[in-house]
Design a binder for this molecule. Structure first.
Ligand code: NAP
Length: 283
């Protein structure tokens, strides 16, 4: 069997066109959706991420403000900036790029963002809303994975989904979203004794680990849907995922590539959340 590709770039293009149309409708009613992106320090990877997010906003007709501060910024100064953005009616979403310098408590920073503007979906209020099934902002990466499943007509209801990884930003919210969609969900992590025994039962596998070749062909049920969230470098320095793509794509029914899979969807869902925040504020 040769798996079909789930093309994150193509799906992103379609979803971003919908974002542009919603942004235009909001502008016509006098509201320009606005995202504030805060970067503290000069982490080169973070600089690339924030530039991509700001560019994606502009391309879709959203207003965005990039605030860059030196690594010496104090926690109190950063919290004061967030409070000011919470009160700024032109800003509907606030994103603080992680990681933050060690002297700043990231949890405290995220909890200072107003839940109404928490477009990353990392605030405890957003996480709690996801647990109890109330409206809130969903973390962008797992939200994008759900959209990918939807795009191929894969309804998780009644399926067995295995999520590898239990981080607060990917694995846990991914498991909760699949559960909300009525999948039977197994969450695996570094203490799972026999990962293959779990993944071989899965109709849907989501790998969110950060290690190459965590999922290989013999660990996958024929025809399964495989979503690869991982972002790693291979020996040649090329971007690759957690999944042995060459092997698994011979067994799976559907698979996401890296690059061009989950990555573009993450930024797209940030735009979707920002539009949603602006629409809520405008009503
Ligand atoms: P993380 O916080 O480091 O979590 C990794 C998870 O993998 C942990 O729960 C860990 O288990 C588990 N794990 C580690 N080794 C394992 C193994 N051998 N078998 C099974 N589970 C194992 O990472 P993250 O922030 O969730 O990110 C995961 C990956 O996704 C990274 O490569 C990251 O770069 C990528 N990512 C991509 C996007 C995107 O837009 N494409 C967005 C976010 C993240 P323990 O909890 O037991 O330690």
């Amino acid at each position: 069997m040769s798996a079909q590709l789930i093309d994150g770039n193509a799906l992103s293009k379609q979803l971003r066109a919908e974002v542009s149309a919603r942004a235009a409708a909001l502008r016509a009613r006098g509201t320009t959706p606005g995202l504030a992106v805060i970067l503290v320090g000069d982490n080169p990877a973070s600089q690339v991420y924030v530039r991509n997010k700001v560019k994606a906003c502009h391309d879709s007709g959203l207003h965005s403000v990039l605030e860059q501060y030196p690594a010496t910024m104090s926690e109190a100064e950063l919290l004061a900036r967030i409070e000011a953005l919470n009160a700024d009616a032109a800003i509907h979403g606030i994103l603080v790029q992680l990681p933050l310098p060690a002297h700043i408590d990231a949890h405290k920073v995220i909890e200072t963002i107003s839940p109404a503007k928490d477009v990353d979906g990392f605030h405890v209020a957003s996480a709690g809303a996801l647990v109890v099934g109330q409206p809130g902002f969903k973390p962008c990466t797992p939200y994008g994975c759900m959209k990918m499943l939807e795009s191929i007509g894969c309804d998780p209801k009644g399926k067995h989904a295995v999520v590898i990884g239990r981080s607060n930003i990917v694995g846990k919210p991914m498991a909760l979203m699949l559960l909300a969609a009525s999948a039977t969900v197994t969450v695996c992590h570094s203490a799972t004794p026999d990962l293959g025994a779990m993944t071989r039962q899965a109709d849907i596998v989501v790998a969110a680990v950060g290690k190459r070749n965590v999922l290989t062909a013999e660990m996958v049920k024929p025809g399964a849907v495989v979503i690869d969230v991982g972002m790693n470098r291979d020996d040649a320095g090329k971007l690759c995922g957690d999944v042995d793509f060459a092997g698994v794509s011979k067994v799976a029914g559907w698979i996401t590539p890296v690059p061009g899979g989950v990555g573009p969807m993450t930024i797209t869902m940030l735009l979707v959340n920002t539009i949603e925040a602006a629409e809520r504020a405008a009503t």
